[in-house]
Ligand binder design. Structure first.
Ligand code: 2YJ
Ligand code: MG
Length: 259
């Protein structure tokens, strides 16, 4: 899994505004409304504590401050605990925080201490990005292409299957493919038998995973993966809507899932 870098998090709210414009233009709704639809919740003045975590690769510059900006963007009061790790956790609980946000190198969670609801970033990211792809207003069918069946891709695939979409999936890992075919009933995308999709959910840590033969002239590519799934020559094509943003959309889904 790719670790975020401070550079990925620069200018975050501007990147969000751009993504939100694309989401509105290609689905008819913005990220807040889509989160409300998916999770059936709204913010209710919860107090959010962000606990920096030093384990593994340690604190990432801009990470906690980005989470604070996201919290405030969704209208909630938030703060970063003075100390990291257990001391910060103790402070947050003692202060009466409603929701904790914290991440190590493997898991990024939102935990609502009042309702006991807990959310994992990989699940929420898969759900919300696949949901966005599935709402493309110019789609002519219920066929969706999923590229990448890791923990984000699998969660999104499961979500799309539950919603009644016809999922075609591709992952070079044959075990992942077999699991998705057996457990979720997806179709294997076969590059030897090309088919063009207008809805694509991409969840890999790799660049340029999408080729021209996979996508319809007018399409929506929804991807949390850094670097970009679309090769630069395709990304420049004005008929391809690209939703790609490093942190806010996944974190928003986490908050809505624990409200
Ligand atoms: O508290 C900190 O500053 C760090 N311990 C944050 C670590 C952030 N974790 C990651 O970037 C992991 N890859 C999981 C986040 C997934 C985001 N899509
Ligand atoms: Mg990628």
């Amino acid at each position: 899994m790719a670790l975020l870098t401070p550079e990925d998090l620069e200018d975050l709210l501007n990147k969000l505004r751009q993504s939100n414009e694309t989401i509105k233009a290609s689905t008819g709704k913005g990220i807040t409304e889509i989160c409300e639809d998916v999770y059936g919740t709204r913010p209710a003045s919860q107090k959010v504590a962000i606990v920096p975590i030093t384990a593994g690769n340690g604190v990432i510059g801009n990470f906690s401050s980005s989470l604070l900006a996201i919290t405030e963007y969704f209208g909630l009061e938030g703060y970063i605990t003075e100390h990291p790790d257990i001391t910060g956790y103790h402070q947050a609980v003692s202060d009466g925080a409603d929701i904790l946000l914290m991440a190590d190198d493997h898991m990024f969670i939102a935990h609502n201490l009042k309702s006991r609801k807990i959310a994992a970033n990989h699940i929420c990211t898969g759900v919300i990005y696949s949901e966005i792809a599935s709402r493309f207003i110019h789609a002519g069918s219920k066929d969706v292409l999923v590229i990448g069946l890791g923990r984000v891709g699998y969660a999104g695939t499961e979500h799309l299957v539950k919603k009644g979409f016809n999922v075609y999936a591709y992952d070079p890992n044959t075990e992942f493919m077999e699991k998705a075919i057996e457990e979720l009933g997806v179709n294997a995308y076969d590059s030897a038998d090309p088919k063009k999709f207008s809805m694509v959910f991409e969840a890999t840590p790799n660049a340029n995973t999408i080729s021209e033969g996979m996508i319809a002239e007018r399409c929506l590519v929804s991807t949390p993966g850094i670097p970009c799934a679309l090769p630069p020559e395709l990304a420049e094509n004005g008929d391809i809507d690209l939703v790609m943003e490093p942190l806010v959309i996944g974190a928003a889904a986490m908050l809505y899932s624990v409200f």
